[in-house]
Design a binder for this molecule. Structure first.
Ligand SMILES: Cc1ncc(COP(=O)(O)O)c(C=O)c1O
Length: 417
């Protein structure tokens, strides 16, 4: 797929637009094409992609009178998530971290309980369950997807295990049918940390919409951004009221607005997890541009894969893999080097070339909190190797071919001189 096909294919999707095309300069095709051809300076790791509608969307919320929660902007963002991804129930939250923190509260997980998760993840995955009093139990990841190794789960399960939390990495996932089957056999829920998974799929199902609960991130480093922002998806109808009550400070406000109770009151422990209308106003146009952004990132991802293929064939590095059951959102393009020493030297070399590549997670089982408060189930060799040898390359929707050529050329020069 070339860039033109990517853009045209994406624009052909049924995107609901609120402003005329003339008011959307960033999505104007010639403007976008010329941005992709701009001369090359330093290549940043990330650059926010503006759809051109954020400003008018924010203005209409400011002028509309409701800048609190649950207004038109939130409804618009939720509607896009539901209609594009087929999700049944979504609550917008101030961050993915807070959506994850709701999970043990909604599921009744607490002191003495254990939750299985990969060590190769962000600390928010573990904090969410630790804060509720439960113990994270770390298992290894697969070397192709860097997501939970399905084979490692059974050995980590004990009578204390109360959930399996999968983490989708870079927009791809494990074999979720297999993990769901293990969870069902043990009578425990599977939940998804889909911080990096918005707009990606397992078979024909959206990541974040498969486990009993899922959590998305709209942090400014993600594909679709709102500064800070997230969402909790509720895919098990039995958890609807519990999730809404928890979000609404432990009150049954939702039932009140539906006319199911005549006044709302404090019914459970809870927090304040609604997204502000101001944040939702920025987020909604980003979500509406999901297909375009995914297509642009996909074209850039494939361009890197093509540019680095020869080095991969010669064994200098390993390219990322997307399993046949997965449809990626192309959140990350990473390469794997043969040793930590080579990875660090390449990282320094790229920095000297003004290319901002970066490493990723410090495995949680090796972090001070992981050592002191969590359990590690067996050895985690793939996690350790991946953390030591991985490099993420700059990837964003409007990265230019010149910028990508500069990255690829620098990597070639490092290996071939
Ligand atoms: C796997 C994973 N989980 C959770 C988070 C936290 O997301 P947020 O910054 O929206 O709280 C991140 C953020 O990078 C992440 O990568």
């Amino acid at each position: 797929m070339n860039l033109g096909e990517a853009i045209n294919g994406a624009v052909a999707q049924p995107v609901r637009r609120r402003t005329p095309a003339s008011a959307r300069p960033a999505l104007d095709r010639p403007a976008l094409d010329s941005r992709l051809m701009e001369p090359v300076g330093p290549v940043p790791f990330n650059r926010i992609f503006l759809t051109g509608e954020e400003r008018s969307s924010l203005a209409s919320v400011c002028e509309g009178g409701n800048v609190a929660t649950d207004g038109r902007a939130s409804a618009r963002a939720i509607e896009v998530l539901k209609s594009r991804l087929g999700l049944r129930h979504v609550l917008l939250t101030p961050s993915c971290t807070l959506a994850l923190e709701a999970m043990p509260r909604v599921l009744g997980i607490g002191y003495g309980d254990e939750v299985i998760m990969p060590s190769f993840t962000f600390c928010s995955t573990a904090n969410a369950f630790l804060l509720a009093g439960a113990k994270p139990v770390f298992v290894d990841v697969r070397s192709d997807t860097l997501t939970m190794d399905e084979e490692a789960i059974e050995a980590a399960i004990t009578p204390k295990t109360k959930a399996i939390c999968v983490v989708h990495y870079a927009g791809v996932c494990s074999d979720l049918d297999r993990i769901a089957e293990i969870a069902a056999r043990h009578g425990i829920p599977m939940v998804e940390d889909a911080a990096q998974g918005v707009g990606a799929y397992y078979k024909d199902r959206p990541l974040g919409g498969i486990g009993d609960l899922g959590a998305y991130s709209f942090h400014h480093t993600k594909n679709l951004v709102a500064g800070e922002g997230g969402a909790l998806t509720i895919n098990n109808p039995a958890l609807d009221d519990l999730a809404c009550n928890y979000r609404d400070k432990g009150t049954n406000r939702r039932q009140f607005f539906r006319g199911q109770v005549d006044k709302y009151t404090w019914v459970s422990p809870g927090s304040s997890l609604a997204m502000s209308e101001i944040v939702a106003a920025y987020l909604a146009p980003q979500l509406e541009a999901m297909d375009l952004i995914t297509a642009l990132r996909g074209a850039a991802y494939n361009y890197y894969a093509q540019g680095l293929r020869r080095l991969a064939r010669k064994g200098w590095l390993t390219l990322p893999t997307i399993p046949s059951y997965a449809r990626s959102n192309y959140h990350i393009f990473h390469i794997m080097l043969e040793s930590q020493e080579t990875r660090n030297r390449l990282l320094d070399f790229l920095r000297a070339c003004n290319v901002q590549a970066t490493t990723h997670f410090v495995p949680l089982h090796s972090a001070p909190m992981g050592v002191a408060h969590c359990r590690t189930a067996g050895a985690l060799p793939v996690t350790e190797h991946s953390a030591n040898c991985m490099l993420r390359l700059p990837l964003f929707a409007d990265i230019s071919r010149g910028e990508q050529d500069k990255v690829v050329e620098a990597i070639r020069t490092f290996f071939l001189g």
